[in-house]
Write a protein that binds this ligand. Sequence first.
Ligand SMILES: *[C@@H]1O[C@H](CO)[C@@H](O)[C@H](O)[C@H]1NC(C)=O
Ligand SMILES: *[C@@H]1O[C@H](CO)[C@@H](O)[C@H](O)[C@H]1NC(C)=O
Ligand SMILES: *[C@@H]1O[C@H](CO)[C@@H](O)[C@H](O)[C@H]1NC(C)=O
Length: 392
Amino acid sequence: MEIQTELLILLLTGFPLSHTIAQTTDTTSLSSTIEDVGVYHVCQAPALGIQSSPNVLRSRSALECGRQCSQSAQCRGVTVCPDRGVDGGVLCEIKEVMPNVLCSHDNQPDEGCYFMKKDDGYIAPSSPTGQPAQSVTTEMPCQNGGTADGDRCLCPLPYAGETCNRYMRDCTEGFDNGHQTGSSDGEYLIQPLTSPAPFVVMCEFGYGHGNTQPLIRLYQNSPPWSNKTWSDYKNGLGISNQQIPDRECYFIGLDKLHQLLDQANYSINVFAMYDHGGQKTASFYMDFNIGNESSNYELRYNRFFTKEDPGGNGFHYSPSESTSFSSYDHQPTNCASASANEKGAGWYGPHPGCYSYSVFEDPPYWPLADDTAQQMEKILFNVHRDSDFYED
Ligand SMILES: *[C@@H]1O[C@H](CO)[C@@H](O)[C@H](O)[C@H]1NC(C)=O
Ligand SMILES: *[C@@H]1O[C@H](CO)[C@@H](O)[C@H](O)[C@H]1NC(C)=O
Ligand SMILES: *[C@@H]1O[C@H](CO)[C@@H](O)[C@H](O)[C@H]1NC(C)=O
């Protein structure tokens, strides 16, 4: 709070900032210049709070909040409130209409919320010598054991974000943040953008550029899954850990799968083994997506292909007809059956013949390159992110 107060006083007096504020040796810093921040007057705002609206942003500081406002001609000012739980962070509401507040030059922000009015007559100040304004440095401490490295934080697994303030959104983000050796492979918490809570996945960093895996792991001769319910598939089945000796099947669950795949473009890699592990196939899907529960977890992808060890396409999806998830107790397609000698739960199109392979059949089946069904000893679904996250 001390640093913010000093900054605001400098901003409201409009003095050119000829020195750097808030430099400490054990924190990372971010630079911004006075030109893109502008001059703000702090206003008396006794009962001001933040409305829940799309105009509310999380910011590192009041300075950052002011910068957001300065980038918009419509913005008249910002309401700034402490962001509880985030050290030094603020909630920032962009206001296009001036609230009913009294603005004065000698008002100092207290511990609660306050309003910063943008100076309409603002012209970027220059120093007395005519030099461009100096840069302002605000404090940005790294959290959760992160260490400062120039103008960014290096985050330990499983953390990510500018100040290591959140969980990584998938394992690829951990790889992108520099965790690129096999010795880091293991189970970690991730929290996709729309997930209400973090959950555990296996991450592989040393090979494959940060795979989140497996989403699905199926073994022959494991306890049958054909009679699992919609709610079982929705919430997930089995245990993720690869080290389990008795080769347990695992499925991350339809809700988590949807949340994970919904935040960016992902490729799904399906690896299957048969003939005592001597033969294997690989099938790849690009831009693979699963809808939410209202769509019966509708499956979509943009492109299917194979490379070495070519495998078949186990999902007969076409853009013109929806492919929905079915379990014996929830049957948008009438394909899944609880009886072990019929098709198990899985994604099916509307065809009466139920062409797709049931991923969760007992034992598991997946097609070879010539499209003949093959009973598999092991099937693995892994995922890799191909784009930036869809936020912003
Ligand atoms: C499910 O997805 C559809 C299409 O994206 C969306 O319109 C709908 O609001 C979503 N429903 C829920 C409950 O999130
Ligand atoms: C599947 O489970 C349901 C509910 O527990 C039960 O009624 C049904 O008989 C089971 N079917 C088979 C084939 O096990
Ligand atoms: C996602 O992938 C599709 C096709 O693969 C592409 O058209 C689209 O631009 C991609 N989106 C992003 C954000 O990368």
